[in-house]
Design a protein around this ligand. Structure first.
Ligand code: R5P
Length: 296
């Protein structure tokens, strides 16, 4: 059996503890010190000889995390790790999957290149796959994209009566259809046009056939919250009660939760990013996947 070690970037300790417990792996030290001038210093276990190491780092706020993560991965190899994996329940930069305007960087591709250089494998949950159809389009390492839809569906089935699953845009169709089918509910996918970071417009079809159902908005990411808020407004205009919002990745830009909470009945999320709205835990899903990646 491999000598497995799980390390947590700061803020990922709960997930790392849960994964280590499920895998029977050792939790290994990863400390991050920030100097007054903003530089970071990582300190990790120095007895990693031959170990299969996984670093847990959800990538909300990724700019500040990327460099310390690279320092940690390289130092783990220096201390003898046989392999170093990245467990990123939320994988950042995936929405910039094309050059929307001339001159822009395609950060999904650039970040994939960076991670592929530093890590031997990647495990993530519901990466925003839209124009990239699979992680292997841009990642050169084994990259597992796990799906949280069954867990979202179970939560809806257990907590919402007569649900109508609603996706705020066409990109959400992939999650919405699966959640609805498993929860035994009908679903509708709306059409969204984004004019800016916090400016979206959502078009609604005729929803009369679903009158009386409890709308449940399902999306992969809540960032500014505008997609959910505009969808909630439209649902209310169509005569529905305030919706329940279910998201995989609760990124929540500043002020977003307050504004969203005022417009909806309830907001729940998975713990891909630690947040007060977490109600669905991903540790069993991720641990199963890591178990399958164990090297002899
Ligand atoms: C993009 O299409 C994603 O699936 C989400 O709909 C989007 O990131 C949500 O962003 P916001 O909360 O800022 O509207």
């Amino acid at each position: 059996m491999a000598d497995r070690r799980i390390m947590a970037m700061p803020g990922n300790e709960v997930m790392a503890d849960a994964l280590a417990a499920r895998l029977g792996a050792r939790r290994a030290v990863l400390d991050l010190h920030r100097f007054p001038d903003g530089e970071s210093l990582v300190r990790i276990d120095d007895d990693l000889s031959g170990a299969q190491v996984d670093i847990v780092c959800t990538l909300s706020g990724p700019d500040a995390l990327a460099l310390p993560l690279i320092f940690a991965a390289r130092t783990a190899r220096e201390f003898g790790a046989a392999s170093v994996g990245l467990v990123a329940p939320y994988l950042a930069y995936m929405r910039q999957d094309v050059r929307f305007r001339p001159g822009e960087a395609v950060t999904s591709v650039l970040f994939a290149d960076l991670v592929s250089r530093e890590f031997d494998r990647l495990v993530t949950v519901d990466p925003h796959l839209h124009r990239h159809k699979s992680l292997s389009d841009i990642y050169r390492i084994p990259a597992l994209a796990l799906g949280a839809a069954p867990l979202l569906a179970d939560w809806v089935r257990d907590n919402v009566q007569a649900p109508l699953i609603v996706g705020p845009d066409e990109e959400s169709a992939q999650w919405v259809a699966e959640v609805a089918s498993r929860a035994g509910a009908p679903h509708v996918v709306l059409r969204k046009v984004r004019h800016g970071d916090r400016d979206v417009e959502i078009a609604f079809p005729d929803m009369a056939a679903f009158a009386g159902r409890q709308a449940v908005l399902v999306d992969d990411i809540i960032s500014s919250g505008r997609s959910m808020i505009e969808a909630a407004r439209g649902l209310s205009a169509a005569g529905f009660a305030p919706p329940v919002c279910v998201a995989v990745h609760p990124l929540f830009a500043e002020g977003a939760l307050g504004t969203l909470s005022a417009a909806v009945a309830r907001v729940v999320s998975t713990d891909s990013v630690p947040h007060g709205t977490n109600a669905i835990t991903l540790a069993p899903l991720i641990a199963d996947a890591l178990h399958g990646l164990e090297t002899p």
